[in-house]
Design a protein around this ligand. Structure first.
Ligand code: SF4
Length: 98
């Protein structure tokens, strides 16, 4: 059995730093009344928990903590549910531990 201390993903993510490009989010959710299956999946698969349901039952994204893993892009960009691009140069995530 390993004697290494276990570290949760959430604890590692805490050390990342972000430079927010105010007013220019690099991910946008397409306007919708009822979320598609793909949008609902984003609530669970985003490691940074950027996606949430609002009070009207629609999926929203807050990109401030995005680690640019691209998982949501693979799931929901082909269906047109989101628009995804990398942040402008100098903005976005700064990884502290590789
Ligand atoms: Fe979440 Fe990754 Fe999509 Fe960023 S790119 S919002 S971290 S799933």
């Amino acid at each position: 059995m390993s004697t290494e201390p276990s570290v949760r993903v959430e604890d590692k993510l805490f050390y990342n730093r972000y430079l927010v490009d105010v007013g220019r989010p690099h991910i946008r959710v397409r306007a919708h009344k009822k979320p598609s299956r793909e949008l609902l999946a984003l609530l669970k698969i985003c490691p940074a928990r950027c996606y949430e349901l609002n009070d009207s039952g629609q999926v929203e994204v807050t990109v401030d903590g995005c680690v640019e893993c691209g998982t949501c892009r693979v799931i929901a960009e082909p269906t047109g549910d989101i628009e995804w691009s990398y942040p402008r140069g100098g903005y976005g995530v700064l990884f502290k531990f590789g």
